[in-house]
Ligand binder design. Structure first.
Ligand code: TXA
Ligand code: MG
Length: 318
């Protein structure tokens, strides 16, 4: 398949491909999405095939108007005020909410669950693509399963050239990390995936918000969490604060063994959240074998950065 590259003036043409049941990668403010018509099972199935994604890992449905929400989600009367409060504060933006799904949403989108993840993106290209397609768009991050999420059209091209119908070019994704995911179907709301909208910020609107215990609960709550994620080819070793001083010794020792090593000291990187996935992908290109990375403070967006680093790391030194 020849992958067509579109610019921001050709979104209508890209939307025609979505309407025909094809896949189009598009920018959002978080990361690139790999989009298909969310209401068409056949199109959605293609996403899982080209990504190599396990079929029980559900997708996020992207919309641009609040009226769409009613068509795809059932909101319990006791939750209406809460949901309204959350979306009026954070939408459009990098927040995904989990609600009970309606009949219209194919089980192929939700990985067989009776709940659905929904997000209203802010990025103009994403919004125009959804509007011109005249349907909600199901989209995971645009990367081969297990690889770091794509944050610019070049990343998407590397992973999917020849495998998808189109890619819309852009200036890259502003945030660089995937959206915050919260479950609003449970008694107390639960943070399933940290992102740019921080736990501290959400707590102001959702005082009962809990952080999910990744090791136990999240396996059921957010199927995506059980898979290895964000990993470049290199082995990533995370150094907690107490072990930071060991980095030079490790570096030296790998170098003596003739290994290619990259040290990442977060304070030396301009806008780490935005550039993390880019740096990890760069390491693959440079055939780095070991990435030694120092931890960051888990406050605000730091919680999201550490979540991604922990999932990518194969070892942690304390
Ligand atoms: O920023 C983002 O969220 C990007 C852009 C394209 O919008 N999308 C993205 O999608 O990161 P993906 O598929 O890579 O991550 C979606 C996450 C997964 O961890 C998945 O398991 C979880 O959301 N998820 C989706 N539906 C769910 C549901 N019904 N219940 C619990 N978790 C769900
Ligand atoms: Mg992903």
């Amino acid at each position: 398949m020849k992958t067509k590259i579109f610019n921001s003036r050709q979104i209508k043409e890209a939307a025609e491909l979505i309407k025909k049941g094809e896949l189009v990668a598009f920018p959002t403010e978080t990361v690139y999405g790999l989009g298909a018509n969310a209401l068409d099972s056949k199109s959605v199935k293609k996403i899982f095939t080209v990504k190599g994604r396990p079929s029980d890992n559900p997708l996020i449905v992207h919309i641009t108007r609040k009226e769409e929400l009613k068509k795809i989600a059932k909101i319990h009367p006791s939750k209406k005020v809460l949901v309204e409060k959350v979306i009026s504060k954070y939408w459009p933006g990098p927040l995904t909410i989990i609600l009970h799904k309606t009949e219209r949403v194919p089980l192929g989108v939700t990985g067989g669950l009776n709940t659905v993840a929904i997000r209203m993106p802010k990025n103009k290209i994403a919004r125009r693509l959804i509007d011109y397609s005249k349907s909600p768009i199901a989209a995971p991050s645009a990367n081969l399963s297990g690889k770091p999420s794509g944050t610019c059209s070049e990343h998407v091209f590397e992973d999917f050239d020849g495998k998808i119908a189109g890619i819309i070019k852009s200036n890259g994704c502003k945030i660089g990390l995937e959206s915050t995911v919260i479950d609003l179907t449970t008694k107390n709301p639960v943070l399933l995936r940290p992102g740019a909208i921080s736990f501290e910020n959400l707590k102001k609107v959702l005082p009962d918000l809990e952080i999910s215990d990744h090791s136990k609960e999240a396996k059921v709550k957010s199927p995506g969490m059980k898979y290895k994620h964000y990993s470049p080819d290199a082995e990533i070793i995370l150094f907690e604060r107490s072990a930071r001083n060991k980095i030079p010794n490790y570096e030296e020792s790998y170098k003596i063994q003739g290994k290619k090593v990259k040290v990442i000291l977060p304070e030396k990187i301009n806008n780490l959240p935005r550039n993390l996935f880019k740096i990890l992908r760069r390491c693959d290109k440079d055939q780095v074998e070991y990435i030694l990375i120092a931890s960051v403070n888990e406050k605000e967006i730091g919680l999201a950065v550490m979540d991604r680093i922990r999932k990518a790391a194969s070892r942690t030194i304390k």
